[in-house]
Design a protein around this ligand. Structure first.
Ligand SMILES: C[S@@+](CC[C@H](N)C(=O)[O-])C[C@H]1O[C@@H](n2cnc3c(N)ncnc32)[C@H](O)[C@@H]1O
Length: 235
């Protein structure tokens, strides 16, 4: 593993879109992640997202998907706030094993954002995705699948780096989904430092979208075995 704690965030980013390598790096980092990210980096994103969840999700029994749950920092905060039906997914088994130890999730599953998640349509009242929709991690296309699994009038709340929003397909995808009437913006925060101690110039913001129409979806394989989606509207 990367010896220098101060370079561990950069080190996972450098797996350059190779999902297997990314998973391996998070597996290795998992045992040290909580102390590194909170103490060394001063991680702000989970608490800011949890605050917004309490603002928009008023029923503590609501089913919440924590997409890219990692070691469960967000689940822990939501649990502390009284939420008791949180399902976590992540690609890294090592991170999921750490999340399991916190005993705050109803279920944890190894799944890859950007692929078919295998959940029923309209299953979740809200989705949170923290530090995961970013370069080499979960692509902009994952947002469609997150909308599919969210109930109409449910919320999708996620952190985003402004540079990733501008340059990695998120702006286009988020706008396309607004134009299509699939969600509308409820709130976007100011830009703030997500890792103030470790990355003094690393800004983030949080988007809150209200899902307007969810859709039924058919997964169709092409000749190369890739899966793509055919959407149909449910009004
Ligand atoms: C920076 S960590 C954030 C974890 C947690 N949400 C937090 O805020 O502490 C990013 C997490 O996303 C997971 N991840 C990255 N790409 C993913 C993908 N395509 N699908 C599912 N999980 C992914 C990683 O394994 C890692 O646990």
């Amino acid at each position: 593993m990367m010896e220098d704690v101060g370079k561990r965030v950069q080190w996972v980013y450098e797996s350059a879109g190779d999902v297997e390598e990314l998973g391996k790096r998070y597996d290795e980092w998992a045992r040290f992640y909580d102390s590194d990210i909170t103490e060394h980096y001063g991680y702000q994103l989970p608490s800011r997202v949890a605050e917004l969840v309490t603002k928009y999700v008023t029923n503590k029994q609501n089913r919440i998907l924590d997409a890219g749950a990692g070691t469960g920092l967000v689940g822990q905060l939501l649990h502390n706030l009284g939420f008791n039906n949180i399902i976590g997914i992540d690609l890294s088994k090592g991170m999921l094993a750490e999340a399991e130890k916190k005993r705050v999730y109803t279920a944890l599953h190894q799944k890859v954002l950007g692929e078919d998640l295998g959940f029923d349509t309209h299953l979740f009242d809200a989705v949170v995705c923290v530090g995961t929709l970013t370069i080499g991690h979960a692509p902009a296309s994952s947002l469609e699948e997150l909308i599919r699994v969210t109930k109409s009038n449910g919320f999708i709340i996620f952190s985003m780096r402004p540079d990733v929003y501008e340059n990695h397909g998120f702006k286009e995808k988020q706008d396309e989904l607004v134009r299509g009437g699939f969600w509308r913006i409820a709130e976007v925060t100011e830009d703030f430092l997500g890792l103030p101690k470790g990355q003094p110039d690393g800004y983030n913001r949080i988007y809150v979208y209200r899902v307007l129409r969810t859709k039924s979806i058919t997964n169709i394989g092409d000749d190369d075995g890739d899966v793509f989606h055919r959407w149909s509207l449910e009004l």
